[in-house]
Design a binder for this molecule. Structure first.
Ligand SMILES: [Zn+2]
Length: 76
């Protein structure tokens, strides 16, 4: 597909959200907490060879208060 060649060799995708506890499925450990969004993304890149495909924002309503989250999609 023209314009999407950067995704052609991606066989596995991981989604990291800034508000949820994230653990590394590769290491089977739980090194990440909600405040460690950067750490989770950096770990996937440096330790497992993922690269960032997309970073965006997600909004959820909790008791009519919008909660903004950062979402990163990584692939390898
Ligand atoms: Zn890991």
């Amino acid at each position: 597909m023209r314009g999407h060649s950067e995704y052609l060799d991606v066989s596995e995708v991981v989604c990291v959200k800034s508000d949820s506890e994230t653990y590394c499925k590769q290491c089977s450990i739980t090194p990440f907490h909600s405040s460690e969004f950067e750490g989770a993304v950096n770990h996937l890149i440096s330790a497992h060879g993922y690269r960032i495909l997309h970073v965006g924002q997600e909004t959820e309503l909790k008791r009519e208060t919008p909660i903004h989250k950062t979402v990163a999609v990584l692939g390898r």
